[in-house]
Design a protein. Structure first.
Length: 232
């Protein structure tokens, strides 16, 4: 696992405790009312909340041709595909706090599954968002791997998709994501914060969160509800 950079650490600390709704409000306060919210089709595999720094990955459809082979011959070809065409090079360069943003051209391919995603988490990734989906979804939930996507997939990468590049601008759900942007994701979906306004967004997001907590705490007390962590 690579150490987290000083500025990334400061950004993540600034966003600590915020919800997607708060970050969305912070974006509004910075004049970004119509930008940053990823399309509603990108939804969580299970409800959780994560904030991280965008590490972008670009994939493209495989153009072939596919060999007409089966059995052991296919096993050998598949192994070579893993080595030369899709070797997951981004997994070895992850920094602590990275949020993997995967543009896979909306293809029905499980680029990230229970094995590759778990390795990314081991290396420091805090979550994943993509315009495709994941496979091994039951194991992904069991392993508590935070994942936001548009579908659940079955197919593997061989013969379907190729790795193109990492740390380049990508597009997911109507939003351009640049390396180093802030990614906030929870049950409400995903919002992307441009890095250059990250601290301002965090400032106003906390302003709105604090106001919300105070208002709901009063309602809790008036209704004799037990106070919980969302209002304390």
């Amino acid at each position: 696992m690579n150490a987290i950079t000083k500025e990334n650490k400061e950004i993540l600390e600034a966003f600590q405790g915020l919800r997607v709704a708060d970050v969305r409000d912070g974006m509004d306060w910075c004049g970004m009312m119509h930008y940053g919210s990823v399309d509603h089709s990108i939804m969580p595999l299970f409800r959780t909340i994560k904030i991280g720094i965008a590490r972008t990955v670009k994939c493209l459809p495989f153009q072939g041709p596919m060999p007409f082979i089966t059995g052991d011959e296919y096993s050998k070809w598949s192994e070579e595909y893993d080595k030369k065409t899709f070797s997951f090079p981004f997994l070895g360069s992850i920094e602590e706090g990275d949020f993997i943003c995967l543009d896979q051209c909306s293809m029905d391919v499980g680029v990230m599954g229970s094995n590759s995603a778990l390795l990314a988490v081991k290396n420091g990734a805090v979550g994943f968002v993509c315009n495709g989906g994941t496979r091994d979804s039951d194991e992904m939930i069991l392993e508590k791997i935070p994942f936001w996507g548009s579908m659940i997939c079955q197919p593997m990468v061989q013969g379907r998709i190729i790795y193109e590049a990492q740390q380049v601008p990508i597009h997911i759900g109507g939003v351009v994501i640049y390396p180093g942007d802030v990614v906030a994701a929870d049950g409400d979906g995903v919002v992307i914060v441009p890095r250059k306004i990250a601290f301002d967004v965090a400032k106003y997001a906390h302003q709105e969160l604090d106001s919300d907590k105070k208002g709901r705490k009063k309602l809790y007390l008036s209704m004799n509800m037990e106070l919980d962590e969302t209002v304390l």
